[in-house]
Ligand binder design. Structure first.
Ligand code: GLV
Ligand code: MN
Ligand code: MN
Length: 423
């Protein structure tokens, strides 16, 4: 991929101190934790690999003179002090957990761009009135523990820490036990209570879609995030011998589930291609070739930028599944519901002005992917900065981004943080 962020001219101030090579090297070093053979990363939330990634982030931050904190849900914060006591910090960051076949940039970029911004402030000798903190939120992806954005939802007061950490992964391990195992290796991280006043939150992320690359711009000014609803569907039939049980006497959970999936696919069909509808997990039990399946479990991820459509279509999921259950029973649980959000005009304006002053071509766009920023937006002024990724590919080992685009986004982030922290 050609970097769109290259610029012959070195900007003044903190942006000029952003080091493209250093930022790139940190991505490669971080990607060693959970590295996969085809170049991607598998770093499940609260796994041993996640613990090692957190340690690396903390070590880098301490070398930059930052203090390291965690909280009861394992969110990891590093803090560069401001010059005026008692002011709420400006917060940036993202997540270090990945999809099972994830890439090197989804999440890591926001954390590493935040560290790069702090290092650039140090190198440029810039102090800020307010503290600047970088955070790695716990379990953003939601692939190990459902739903995602666990750490940011607790931080934003959507749910309590104990309730959030009671969720279990597919092996039955509770998030609080996984967190306790990681914590054992982090006795030097100071624990502070959940939540604090945040002056503003800015998250940098790869776009995870094709728009910036297509428009040939290195930076995206993100205006908001579309809505998301997740459902967990359990279809219960009756196991039987595949060779002896006639079709009319069967309670085949697979056949019922396939009928539901077909009907849901028709419900979600949209000529304009705005609806996002995904069945990412589909488990058939007991999974034996010669037993009629007695149970199917599948998940639905449904997204739309319009709150009314999100409600109208999402509210039909239950009725469609019941109507196609045949002789089986079906249980439907909505595991996640987040309305579309619009980011804060003050923070978006600050990003916009920074992009203009640094001279980067940019475009404004909403986010199709979910981010912790959606939940921070509920409690403080929030915005995001995107950089392109190759062919818009993400949640894929092949995910890639150019060093110069990553650096362009980090320049915009660093300058935006300084402006907000001195406002
Ligand atoms: C996170 O990657 C999401 O958009 O679900
Ligand atoms: Mn992400
Ligand atoms: Mn992701």
């Amino acid at each position: 991929m050609t970097g769109l962020g290259s610029s012959a001219r070195k900007p003044a101030g903190v942006a000029g101190a952003v080091d493209e090579g250093r930022l790139w090297t940190r991505h490669m070093d971080m990607a060693r934790h959970g590295a996969l053979a085809r170049g991607g990363v598998n770093r499940p939330a609260l796994s041993a690999e996640d613990g090692r990634a957190r340690r690396l982030m903390a070590d880098w931050a301490r070398a930059l003179g930052c203090a390291v904190f965690t909280d009861p849900v394992g969110n990891l914060f590093v803090r560069r002090e401001g010059t005026e006591a008692g002011l709420a910090p400006v917060l940036t960051g993202s997540h270090l957990d990945t999809q099972p076949t994830g890439g090197k940039f989804d999440g890591s970029y926001g954390v590493l761009a935040g560290l790069e911004a702090i290092e650039a402030m140090n190198d440029a000798g810039i102090s800020t009135h307010r503290p600047v903190e970088v955070v790695a939120w716990t379990n953003e992806e939601g692939s190990r523990f459902q739903p995602g954005c666990l750490g940011s939802c607790v931080f934003a007061g959507r749910t309590g820490a104990d309730e959030a950490l009671a969720v279990r992964d597919r092996d039955g391990i509770a998030a609080h036990d996984a967190l306790a195992a990681i914590r054992a290796g982090e006795p030097d991280f100071l624990v502070r209570p959940v939540g604090f006043d945040v002056h503003a939150y800015v998250e940098a992320h790869i776009e995870q879609g094709p728009l910036l690359e297509k428009a040939r711009v290195p930076v995206g000014i993100v205006t908001g995030i579309q809505g998301t609803r997740w459902f967990a569907i359990e279809v219960l039939g009756e196991e039987a011998h595949a060779g002896t049980m006639p079709r009319r006497h069967r309670k085949d959970a697979f056949v019922a589930a396939v009928a539901m999936v077909g009907a849901l696919d028709r419900l979600m069909h949209d000529e304009d291609d705005v609806v996002r509808f995904t069945i990412g997990r589909f488990e058939v039990s007991p999974g034996s070739p010669n037993t009629v399946p007695g149970r199917v479990f599948f998940t639905i991820d449904f997204r739309h930028p319009d709150a009314h459509t999100l409600k109208r279509l999402g509210d039909q999921v239950q009725a469609v599944c019941r109507a196609h259950a045949g002789p089986c029973q079906v249980g439907i649980e909505e595991t996640f519901h987040a309305l579309p959000c619009a980011f804060d005009p003050m923070v978006v304006d600050t990003v916009r002005a920074t992009v203009r002053d640094l001279g980067f071509p940019a475009m404004e766009l909403p986010s199709g992917a979910n981010h912790d920023a959606k939940f921070l937006a509920e409690i403080c002024p929030t915005a995001m900065i995107f950089v392109p990724c190759e062919r818009g590919i993400s949640h894929n080992e092949a995910e890639s981004a150019s060093p110069s685009d990553l650096a362009a986004g980090a320049q915009v982030l660093a300058e935006t943080l300084v402006r907000l922290a001195n406002a």
